[in-house]
Design a protein around this ligand. Sequence first.
Ligand SMILES: [Zn+2]
Length: 276
Amino acid sequence: MFRQLQRRAVRRRPFPDAWLATLRSQVAAYMQLGAAQQAELQKRILVFIKEKTFEGCLGLEVSDTMRVVIAAQACLLELGRRPHYYPDGVSIFIYPSAFVSTLTETLPGGMVARREVVRIGEAWRRGSVVLAWDATLQQSCGLLPGHSVYAHNAYAHNVTLHEFAHKLDGEDGSVDGVPDLGGLDGLGPNRQAAHATWAQVMSRAYRELVRQVQAGELSALDPYGATNPAEFFAVATETFFASPLTLKHTEPDLYKVLSGFYGQDPANWPAPERRR
Ligand SMILES: [Zn+2]
């Protein structure tokens, strides 16, 4: 109750001019929203930045630009839904660039192996999200593949949306590609119907991506989504927001289900460039 009152007060605060300039120049998605959506996103950004901790790694000094760019995209995912503000994600760690992460794996026979991987983003099961700032900013600005140092293929990438999609997925207790689907009008009249529709469409699309990857065929979604259902949900989310027209055209059922879940229709955002 106290938290709700506190959030209501924060939402009423004026949105700083410098932050608005950041949204307009560094967050491509913001410029594609209608005026009412932009106003609501600003209020949610105020709450998100008030409640979350941002920490720079390897000597990186966290700026307001970083806070606003990351908050805008995290809040964009929830913009068509009642916001939860990622209740278990309280800290965002920001590296200047790609970082090395140590993975621990238990091999058959019980041996534990450690290996190092280079990453631009990570979502921890409890708590934190880790992001590489250069990739985060480039993708927020909507740089096309070929103009970004991290674009290793022709797919639309957005590491911030990807990692926060994992956080949404985990809100029901497990990161398994099935987020909490309760009360979604867009997916069916009740929870059971929503689950059935989700399971049918998502599993068909996932199986098709796995088949395409194994057959070496060109796919609408980044092949990384074939890793497992959780990565499929995160990759599909990136494509839904970063390349909505392509997804709607190539995977209409998947687009419809994601549109129902997110309560948004980015293929029809009222931005002038999308009307052409
Ligand atoms: Zn992932």
